[in-house]
Design a protein around this ligand. Sequence first.
Ligand code: ADE
Length: 238
Amino acid sequence: MRIDILTPFPELIAGTFDESMIRKARDKNLVDVKFWDIREEAKDKHNTVDDYAYGGGAGMILKPEPIFRTMDKICDGSSDPRQRVLFMTPQGKQFDQALARDLSAEDHLIFICGHYRGVDERVIENLVTDEISIGDYILTGGELAAAVISDAVIRLLPGVLGNFDSAEGDSFTSGLLDHPHYTRPEVYRDYKVPDVLLTGHHANVETWRKEQSLERTRLRRPDLYKKYIQKSDDKKSQ
Ligand code: ADE
């Protein structure tokens, strides 16, 4: 996969792509991540990327030229039909695990990070394929959203996680939240690991994990729990 990130502040997130699993994925050439500082395509002597809004009002707007010019450089004149151009905005579609899976099947993702009050609408109308939000809150810019989405997508690429089970067992993949996990020592400050996990009885462990997942989901995410139960009932009646 190729990922290009357009931003006036690459340093804000570049480090998050240099550690842990994402670093390893890059080292193994499973993903090629490139940052594009749109200021380099601002042609005036102050490298201006924003301007006042037509019609007035508070806040600055990202200008179209630096973004269009950077896109020309990335696409080298031809736009790839398998490429998705994602604009990070609280007005976008809510990001979730299903969208992460959808994006992980693409060859090329391009993130455009908004800043200030917004971006000139011609960018969205003519370059962007998807507007995406990571939640109902306002960030100072789209960079952190681009880092969150890239992280969730990259870890789903084949070969990134140690074994395929680690993605299969994720919360949301099954429709339920994950069960609790424990590791050594068996007792720490009088806090004990649940007995069932020490029995070596595989079927009982699986039953316990499923019960824990169901109960956690029922208590913490009644919306997901309802969907899960409905789906199981539908399957039974087929
Ligand atoms: N930019 C500012 N807030 C955002 C959010 N919640 N999601 C995506 N991009 C954003």
